[in-house]
Design a protein around this ligand. Sequence first.
Ligand SMILES: [Zn+2]
Ligand SMILES: [Zn+2]
Length: 154
Amino acid sequence: MTAALPRSDAQFLDRIEADALAYGGEQLLADIRAEAAAWALEHDDPARWSAYLAVAWQLVDAHRADLVGQLVPTPDGRVRVVTPARCPAGHSWDVPAPWVASWVGCRGGGGHRDHKGHHRWKCLLPNADGDECGKIVLYPAVEEGCSFVGIGEG
Ligand SMILES: [Zn+2]
Ligand SMILES: [Zn+2]
């Protein structure tokens, strides 16, 4: 990794590494650095950083998907809920204010694991025709036995 990193890429890398720390601690960060570096070495110098960033981002993204709805620590010592990286229509939620978040109460039981409700994120991003997407991600995903409390729309 000899080439200098453009400022925007450096900021991206900072974010990737901060997320890796939040989602999996020092071990995940070390794993991601090692795997991304191995991939980067397969490329010639001009493409190395973009390969490194792409692989690191994918690895963090995969880890994030496993953690949606769970609490992770923030650098300032607080916690935050891990949110989905994109909506079901494929819109990246890696932009400012991509969704509206809410909570849906649920009497889910039966074979489903115990839960009191679902996190709910509704996509506010425009489709190609300019209309609001409106696709919804629920966590945990709705399964047999779920029974929403009240009328959840918004
Ligand atoms: Zn969407
Ligand atoms: Zn449920």
